[in-house]
Design a protein around this ligand. Sequence first.
Ligand code: G3P
Ligand code: MG
Length: 250
Amino acid sequence: MTPWPLPLWVAHRGAGKLAPENTLAAFRLGASFGYRAFECDVKLSSDGVPFLLHDTTLERTTPHRGTAGERPWAELSRLDAGGWHSRQFAGEPLPSLDAVAAYVQRNGFALNIEIKPTPGRERETGLAVGKACTALWQGADSPLLFSSFRPDALQAARESAPHIARALLVDTLWDGWFGVARSLDCVAVVSNFRLMDAALVAQLHGAGLRALSYTVNETEDVRRLLALGIDGLITDVVDRFAPASGKAAD
Ligand code: G3P
Ligand code: MG
């Protein structure tokens, strides 16, 4: 298998649910628990700026409504993406991909960018994220992995950033998923943890692909996946699992 850039433990959306997801405050909290790798969701503003947000719409994680990707970055960058979570994070902004790149590179952290396009903008988003990361990570040695549920977004990222490693995300084992992962020259498949079993790990490892799972929050699931030989665990509960040990905490 090709060299693998990520440590075993990856903090989901920065610090899971302990801080407002996909903010720099979350990354800082995840890092305070010993995490050295972070997953985040990236999409585009209306004027093409890559920024962090999970949902297509704003209402769950900001005081505003409507499709985030229909607003320009000058507007999005002023929204409060922390107050919904708790008072201590009020005023925390939506981060641009540029800001996150600066943070992880300065600290030597690994980043798993989940390309999460606004529906209908899959190719545009993959192309733009690939182009942005090619420039942002030039000369940087902090590890970077793209992932997406959308093969069209991964294909576009491959066109603009062929050198950046890719992983296919799967929530179900849909017809043709394995062939798609291979045809996209993926280095890994990241599955819903419930799908991962010995047969799937063997299939992936047999093809030279790494096997990762999300979102693994229970100790018994961590133990089961470690016994299978899992290569990466994306978790919300950064205060429960200790990344340095590579073991499930009690
Ligand atoms: O990248 C793994 C995981 O984040 C995928 O699901 O919905 O949390 O983005 P979601
Ligand atoms: Mg995600």
